[in-house]
Design a protein around this ligand. Structure first.
Ligand code: ASP
Length: 328
């Protein structure tokens, strides 16, 4: 019998009505009690580092989850992490870097409806996550609505439907059908995972709108080591309004700028238009290409937690980790 550790962290899956909205109230064991066949099919232990709505999570909580996996790694065949769906894609990306190359499955799941209500998706997602955690599916993934999605490629794309997550610019790793995992892609892994829980939290995100004031960008650069700018289309910055000067100034002070796109699919290509071309050639701005914003943020925190050497940062940013970007 496979040994699986359940790391329960809260979210809708564990929520109950409080009279003031849903809040996570159900313990790890309480979740397992709703799906008794899991305990008959696997040897399950559980830990609960915290129990929160995932809106309340910070990188400190990512560290706690990574530490749970690290401290128990040798004793289990796989890990299931139950988590709120709202920031699950961020946690999945962060764990992909913090527990790099895991040969054992680390499977995140959650639900759109609490486990105690009729017509919930919690039970099927939990069951599927355990199946996946006991299968030959290395690395970090999300199991949701019968799909297995790479941890670095997931995005919450529906706020209410059961099919809450999409894999962005990358195929699903597999599906779960009639109680079996059908694997399409096997993540590459190391013989031992590389754990690193050091993160630099000084990473900010600016979503550009027509008419954004450059002072917003100044504000973010002043307080952070890196600013990710979600721009438009294949990527660029308005040519009026002092954005280029702003980037030049802050780059000169050693700050990092990354341009990505608000468009969900197909990624950036900032050299295409005049509004983007100079950013890369003249100002040393990095671009996200096909990476998700969630993965860009987590990757920057992970890289800047290890080095501040600009050349190394650039090299690490463009080196694919857990298939977060296509090699270039
Ligand atoms: N607000 C909840 C959370 O992220 C939503 C969910 O779990 O579906 O914790």
């Amino acid at each position: 019998m496979k040994k699986i550790l359940l790391v329960a962290t809260g979210g809708t899956i564990a929520s109950q009505e409080t009279g003031e909205g849903l809040a996570p109230e159900i313990s790890a064991q309480g979740l397992l009690d709703f799906v008794p066949e899991i305990g008959r099919s696997f040897h399950v232990d559980s830990v609960e580092p915290f129990r929160l709505d995932s809106t309340n999570l910070t990188p400190t909580h990512w560290r706690l989850i990574a530490q749970c996996v690290r401290d128990n790694y040798v004793n289990y065949d796989g890990f299931v992490i139950t988590h709120g769906t709202d920031t699950l894609a961020y946690t999945a990306a962060a764990l992909s870097y913090m527990v790099r190359g895991s040969p054992k499955p680390i499977v995140l799941t959650g639900a759109q409806k609490p486990i105690g209500v009729d017509s919930t998706d919690s039970k099927v997602n939990l069951r599927d996550a355990f199946l996946c955690a006991a299968s030959d599916m290395p690395g970090v993934s999300i199991v949701f609505d019968h799909k297995v999605i790479l941890g670095t490629r997931a995005k919450k794309t529906r706020s209410k439907s059961f099919s809450a997550f999409s894999s962005i610019n990358y195929p699903d790793l597999g599906v779960i059908r009639d109680g079996s995992v059908v694997r399409f892609i096997r993540q590459e892994c190391l013989s031992e995972p590389e754990f690193s829980t050091r993160l630099c939290e000084g990473v900010a995100l600016l979503k550009l709108i027509p008419g954004t004031d450059r002072e917003v960008l100044d504000f973010l650069f002043e307080r952070n080591e890196a600013v990710v700018i979600e721009s438009f289309g294949v990527g660029g910055l308005p040519e009026a309004g002092g954005f280029y000067e702003c980037i030049r100034e802050w780059r000169g002070r050693g700050k990092l700028a990354v341009v990505t796109t608000q468009v969900e699919n197909e990624g950036s290509d900032i050299g295409v238009y005049h509004v983007g071309h100079r950013l890369k050639s003249g100002l040393g701005v990095l671009e996200a290409y096909d990476m998700t914003t969630e993965a860009v943020i987590a990757k920057l925190m992970w890289i800047l937690g290890r080095t501040s050497d600009q050349n190394l940062v650039r090299q690490m940013f463009y080196t694919p980790v857990a298939m977060d970007m296509f090699p270039r």
